[in-house]
Write a protein that binds this ligand. Sequence first.
Ligand SMILES: Nc1ncnc2c1ncn2[C@@H]1O[C@H](COP(=O)(O)OP(=O)(O)OP(=O)(O)O)[C@@H](O)[C@H]1O
Length: 259
Amino acid sequence: MLELTSISKSFGGLKVLDDVNLTVPQGSIFGLIGPNGAGKTTVFNLITGLIPPTSGTITFDGADLAGLPPHRITRLGIARTFQNIRIFKEMSLLENVLVGRHRHIDYGVISMLFSLPDYRAQEAAARTRAYELLDWVGLGGKAHEIADTLSYGEQRRLEIARALATEPHLLLLDEPVAGMNPAEKTELMKAVRAINERGYTVFLIEHDMRFVMGLCEQVAVLNFGRIITCDKPEAVRNNPDVIEAYLGRDDDANTRERA
Ligand SMILES: Nc1ncnc2c1ncn2[C@@H]1O[C@H](COP(=O)(O)OP(=O)(O)OP(=O)(O)O)[C@@H](O)[C@H]1O
């Protein structure tokens, strides 16, 4: 479904990604891990068109993503969440999800101005779908609450519902459990599994090993911009190069503790 071939990325003289090859299979939950600064978020920024690769190709369902702006990539069926939560805190949960759905509503200005049946029908369908997506992430009962009143874990789940509102086939999650307590992590794990069972492919970046190992079918490890292995969780956990990549760096002491 998603294929990165010989991807390299440099910022000025700094080579952040070096000949990265990755295949995310359709229907899978795929994980990308690696020490801080390894280049993980850069991979998501390249896939979603925020920055161009220095060299290499990215294809999604056979389509070449090179040179496409982010909104075109969204339209092809890729949605993402960010490391730092990006929701509209002063709006209700329902409104937050409806904002994500915007591109799916296709009505002319005239019918909107005069509130013609076509417009009203699409609005009603959008609201029904938004309620459904909130249900999927366990927030169905809070649709009319203001996003700012949600707990941290709930805000992260709202972001996922909003990403799903663009009707993607592939969902990219950038450190979805960062800052969550254990109960929130368990809730999110259930939500991600349920989303995947509904047919969505999930590609996630995460430092929390228990979450990654418990959820992903395959895990790729990035170290200093290079993929050092891509395998089943158990094999990755026992891979000496992976252990070395983590143990060799002081900044990932927390990750080691959680592993
Ligand atoms: N737009 C940019 N301009 C210059 N340097 C950048 C840019 N984006 C990322 N970098 C650099 O690229 C390197 C990799 O960053 P990236 O955010 O991809 O790492 P990461 O693996 O996601 O790290 P973390 O786990 O800490 O989020 C870092 O050294 C970072 O400073």
